[in-house]
Design a binder for this molecule. Structure first.
Ligand code: ATP
Length: 244
């Protein structure tokens, strides 16, 4: 599994806004890159551009080859995507959704269903699940897609605390198997727990990137989010003030 990705002078414009201006960075196989920034900054747009679903200028290469030269079929074999919960109107069951993800091997499906705690839901229609149950189904479907690069847009959305931890553990173990993971997160603690590399998008076209350890400082994060944060041990947490 190898998915070194190189972005050179990547700029993204949507409508009349420049979301990203000339971002250059290298993402290595077996690393998790977390994309952070305020609402509307362009995090999802960056993932969409990497998946070649929206236009971007500059160059993006995957394993040394320009993304623009991949056929759509080849890209599907390289990139898996997790985004907003997909529609449920086709009446699929959880089992059928997992089969559609790429395998009907019963033991593989059972194994990921166990990993995501959805074994008891396999025969249920997707439309009858809670949002968290559906999110876990999408994460299980992702695990069945054996592509070198994963693009994830808020994988812990809708999940309760137990399943947020399970998802974070799953991402770490996939990283350790050599998968390249680029994920948008809003939770700083989750980001600090898994990020090897950070891309910070400021919402005004600017972006910084680098090793996570060097970028998680209170002043930088406070400025990025225009939000009050405080240090709690090694963690940075939102400052909700005292209980009144
Ligand atoms: N199809 C579109 N046409 C024009 N502008 C768009 C389009 N889709 C999104 N945008 C705008 O692009 C900007 C960036 O959107 P994007 O979804 O990338 O932000 P984000 O950082 O992922 O935000 P959030 O944290 O709220 O999910 C937003 O201002 C959004 O309104």
């Amino acid at each position: 599994m190898s998915a070194r990705m190189q972005l050179t002078d990547v700029s993204i414009r949507r409508g009349d806004r420049v979301l990203l201006s000339q971002l250059s960075c290298e993402l290595h196989a077996g690393e998790i890159t977390v994309v952070l920034g305020p609402n509307g900054a362009g995090k999802s747009s960056l993932l969409l551009a990497i998946a070649r679903l929206i236009e971007a200028s500059g160059s993006i290469t995957l394993a040394g080859r320009p993304l623009a030269n991949f056929s759509r079929h080849e890209l599907t074999g390289q990139i898996s995507w997790q985004g907003e919960l997909p529609p449920t109107e086709f009446g699929l069951t959880v089992q059928q959704r997992l089969e559609l993800a790429g395998t009907d091997a019963k033991d593989e499906i059972e194994s990921v269903a166990t990993g995501m705690d959805i074994n008891h839901l396999l025969s249920r229609p997707l439309g009858q699940l809670s949002s968290g149950e559906r999110q876990r189904t999408e994460l299980a479907a992702l695990m069945l897609r054996d592509t070198p690069l994963w693009l994830l847009d808020e994988p812990t959305a809708h999940l309760d605390l137990k399943h947020q931890i399970q998802c974070i553990e799953m991402l770490k173990s996939q990283r350790d198997k050599g998968r390249t993971i680029i994920t948008v997160l809003h939770d700083l603690q989750q980001a600090m727990a898994i990020a090897d590399h950070l891309i910070l998008i400021d919402g005004r076209g600017g972006a910084e990137h680098g090793e996570a350890a060097g970028l998680f400082d209170p002043a930088r994060m406070t400025a990025l989010f225009s939000a009050s944060l405080r240090q709690q041990g090694a963690l940075l947490v939102p400052d909700y003030g005292e209980k009144t």
